[in-house]
Design a binder for this molecule. Sequence first.
Ligand code: 13P
Ligand code: SF4
Length: 325
Amino acid sequence: MTDTTPFGQQLVSDVPEEELIRHIQRLRSEKNAVILAHNYQVSSVQDIADYTGDSLGLSLEASRTDADLIVFCGVHFMAESAKVLSPDKRVFLPHLGAGCALADAITVESLEEWKERYPEHTVVTYVNSTAEVKAESDICCTSANAVSVVRSLESDKVLFTPDKNLARWVAKQVPEKEVIAYDGVCPTHDVLRNASVDRTREDYPEAIIIAHPECREDVVDAAHEVCSTTGMLDAVGRYPDAKTFIIATEEGMMHQLKLRYPEKEFVSADGCIGCRLHCPYMKVTGLQDIYFSLADERFEITLDDDVIEGARAALERMMAVPRDH
Ligand code: 13P
Ligand code: SF4
């Protein structure tokens, strides 16, 4: 199982990047592994991945891969979803520090309390949650399908967990339903104020503003487009004449945007790239972690069978609903 280290006495941090990449590629093919990366990962991780995408795209990819091993470069809840959707595969999270403050905002116990308060409500849980919380929910959603998921429900009473910003945005799109929002936020997105977006817009008055729905209401209201991270890539294509785009989401997103649209200009909504719209959890994984994950087969995601069964039902109900755009 352990790869005899090919680096001798040399520290992995001292190994040149090209050499590390060669070893990752060798191990990936020897072990029939697939590397999945979220759009917020550091550029070198996105570049070595077989597939880069948003939460929904990565879940779909995990559910249909032929690989034996999935190395998931994102955060813990995403790797758990991959395990839930491909329980026969071995799924690895390269760095144990890759958590999510929003997923931590809800527990099975706190969800039970909210369910007792709203017993008639259908529970829609954003995928940024643990597998245990998903297993106690009726259906999941991502930022790419939240509106369609809520619209698809027979019930007109919804308890939406854990992100209150996303819940409020969905409620505005689906006014015919009563949407009760749980009290969680993503600190990376919730920190942004429209005053910063306005200041950025003073320098780029013609710019198109694209925001993630985890942002606060004033930011989302100022945006021309509100969508998931992969949705942002498609959104730019809807403005062929625009030159500059103000992006209200985690700064890692800039990498795929610049790769897809090298002729366009992308500016962070807080006025400077990487100073505040930075998710520390998404940034802990580096090439050396991928190398060790493949070489030593670490850190494997394991879940109880009943949790897999419950979370899978909620995720599969979600996957039957099309994307919002
Ligand atoms: P997406 O599903 O839009 O990629 O978002 C995931 C996330 O964690 C946003 O903070
Ligand atoms: Fe979680 Fe926010 Fe980081 Fe997304 S950006 S992984 S919601 S902490």
